[in-house]
Ligand binder design. Structure first.
Ligand code: 13P
Length: 282
């Protein structure tokens, strides 16, 4: 069932666990994640970046593909189809019009007033259509979709203002996590994370989930994180499995066999993350 993020994130907040957000890149990615999450009987958020959207052909393709998978694979779990780091009102509108159930408007590079103005515009359009909105404040650094940026941490007062002014459904405060691989141990600001979650009702989102050690993930959840985004880690798991397959089967050219050789690795990674993020559910 395609749902927005409202109920699943509020349930997670009540239960002190985090919903996994996995970025998808193609049909196989979406299929493997959905099959594994159905097997585990847990809700999931499928994230689509602007780059991945372009790669797959557009928002309509993705909505058609995901709806088709839900039907043909008889998926019964709640599935939220979410735009990851939408950078403009137009992107979010296009996704909503195509049938996405949740969007992130990332206006975090703009000054606070402009971030509020743009986020508010998206919230008004989205909420009137039953779609939920995530916003970012501070700036998450690292590399995603070949875009590299430097981080700056969120401030409590700015988080309070953004949430109060915009009526968003979830907030991604940048607190030291980065997209892609970390250089050394991640340095997350757990103190501010806890303060933000104590001052605000909205569920908090942790981006850059790849490479954050288990004990820090647990600490983040105990400080109020209810959604954790994972992208790179699944890509690496898939890449390693496929590279091994190609090395061992140099004459295998059927794309179903080549791409599909990463299925087990993706499913194992998904299960590992579910066990870590949602153990209070089990
Ligand atoms: P990673 O690629 O570091 O897992 O980050 C994913 C993410 O935050 C998507 O928004």
């Amino acid at each position: 069932m395609l749902v927005n993020s409202k109920e699943i994130l509020l349930e997670a907040k009540k239960g002190h666990y985090a919903i996994p957000h996995f970025n998808i890149n193609n049909l196989e990615w979406a299929k493997y994640i959905l099959e594994e999450m159905e097997h585990l009987q847990k809700p999931v958020i499928l994230g689509v970046s602007e780059g991945a959207c372009k790669y797959m052909g557009g928002f309509d393709v993705i909505v058609g593909m995901v709806k088709g998978l839900l039907k043909d694979l008889s998926i019964t779990i709640p599935v939220c189809l979410h735009v990851d780091h939408g950078t403009s009102f137009e992107t979010c509108k296009k996704a909503i019009d195509a049938g996405f159930t949740s969007v992130m408007i990332d206006a975090s590079k703009l000054p606070l007033e402009e971030n509020i103005r743009l986020t508010k515009e998206v919230v008004e359009y989205a909420h009137s259509r039953g779609v939920t909105v995530e916003a970012e404040i501070g700036h998450i650094g690292g590399s995603e979709d070949n875009i590299t940026s430097t981080s700056s941490n969120a401030r409590l007062d700015e988080c309070i203002t953004l949430v109060k002014e915009t009526n968003i459904d979830s907030l991604a405060p940048a607190l030291g996590s980065v997209h892609g691989l970390y250089k050394g141990e991640p340095n997350l600001d757990f103190k501010t994370m806890k303060e933000i979650s104590e001052h605000l009702e909205v569920p908090l989102v942790l981006h850059g989930g790849t490479g954050i050690p288990e004990y820090q993930i647990k600490e983040a959840i105990s400080c109020g994180i209810n959604k954790i985004n994972i992208n790179t880690e699944l890509q690496i798991a898939w890449h390693d499995a496929v590279s091994k397959f190609i090395a061992e089967n140099p004459n295998s050219y059927d794309p179903r066999k080549v791409i599909g050789s990463g299925e087990k690795a993706i499913k194992e990674k998904v299960e590992e993350k579910v066990n870590l993020f949602m153990n209070r559910l089990s």
